[in-house]
Ligand binder design. Structure first.
Ligand SMILES: C[S@@+](CC[C@H](N)C(=O)[O-])C[C@H]1O[C@@H](n2cnc3c(N)ncnc32)[C@H](O)[C@@H]1O
Ligand SMILES: [Zn+2]
Length: 271
């Protein structure tokens, strides 16, 4: 991608912070630069890398490619439709998808809301490199959710989908008027995989308590569906989840996984 087309995707208003010294940063030529001259170059691949001393994470290219297949098979279409309604209701101009992975949600959202900026942030370079291959419109950043390169109150909405949160940092960039759309698993989410690998039953009560301790929940939706799986789809589901991070996926596991449940809670939160 031509570097000027990469830069065009990024809003030019004074909204950025230097990831190193946290002072104001601005776009100058092919870089994001601060007054102390800390300089981060945009990549021709289509994104900007803002993590100093980057180390690869456990989230691999293989996991994101499997997620990509799962999304294109439509298993999360209902989740997307509900997020779309919430974004229409709660988001204004600048939206961050924190832990965006391979970019499925913001790629789709941009087609419905072309006037909004959807920034994809993830601390996995593999995720961001996959995202920019498929999505030429949205701006992407390799960045850490604990150190967001945005000024206080500069963002109208954060999407945080099946990804850890840092509430202090999120509400710093959201300010008093912004909304956090936080999506967490319910007890039955991927239940069939948990049963297959002999995992414990799951409850989200600790996560919900943490959310309620840190914010005010203003809206809440449950999305729940169970789907039949082909073998290929079963294999992709087994590869796409951190539940199988330390497991070897055997042919037998793929054969046994006949159905999958998507059971998620969408919570809209304010400071
Ligand atoms: C389970 S995946 C969900 C990805 C995407 N939101 C989705 O629903 O497909 C969790 C994501 O969070 C990202 N992540 C984990 N820790 C992070 C951090 N500290 N900063 C930024 N991203 C992080 C991972 O790289 C991964 O893409
Ligand atoms: Zn700096």
């Amino acid at each position: 991608m031509k570097i000027e087309n990469v830069i065009k995707k990024f809003n030019r208003k004074k909204i950025y912070l230097c990831p190193k010294c946290l002072s104001e940063s601005y776009i100058e030529n092919i870089s994001l630069v601060c007054d102390d001259n800390h300089r981060y170059d945009f990549s021709k691949k289509g994104y900007i890398h803002l993590i100093n001393n980057y180390k690869p994470t456990k989230y691999s290219e293989e996991l994101f490619m499997a997620r990509n297949e799962v999304f294109s098979n439509g298993f999360y279409t209902n989740v997307l439709k509900n997020i779309q309604n919430l974004v229409g209701k709660y988001a204004k101009d600048i939206v961050l998808d924190i832990g965006c992975g391979e970019g499925y949600y913001i790629k789709e959202l941009k087609t419905v809301f072309p006037e909004k900026y959807f920034y994809g942030l993830d601390n996995s370079k593999d995720a961001i490199e996959l995202a920019v291959k498929e999505d030429k419109l949205n701006p992407y950043m390799v960045a850490n959710l604990a150190n967001l390169p945005f000024k206080d109150g500069s963002v109208s909405c954060i999407l945080n989908i099946l990804t850890p949160a840092n509430y202090e940092e999120f509400f710093r960039v959201l300010g008093d008027n912004g909304y956090l759309i936080k999506i967490i698993p319910n007890a039955n989410y991927l239940r069939e995989i948990r049963e297959l690998i002999g995992g414990k039953e799951y409850t989200n009560s600790d996560t919900v308590k943490l959310i309620e301790d840190n914010c005010t929940v203003v809206d809440r939706i449950t999305v729940s569906d169970t789907f039949k799986l082909t073998k290929e789809q079963a294999q992709n589901f087994l590869k796409m989840t951190p539940l199988t991070f330390s497991k070897v996926i055997a042919a037998d596991d793929i054969n046994k996984l006949k159905e999958i449940t998507i059971d998620l809670e969408l919570l809209v939160c304010k400071k």
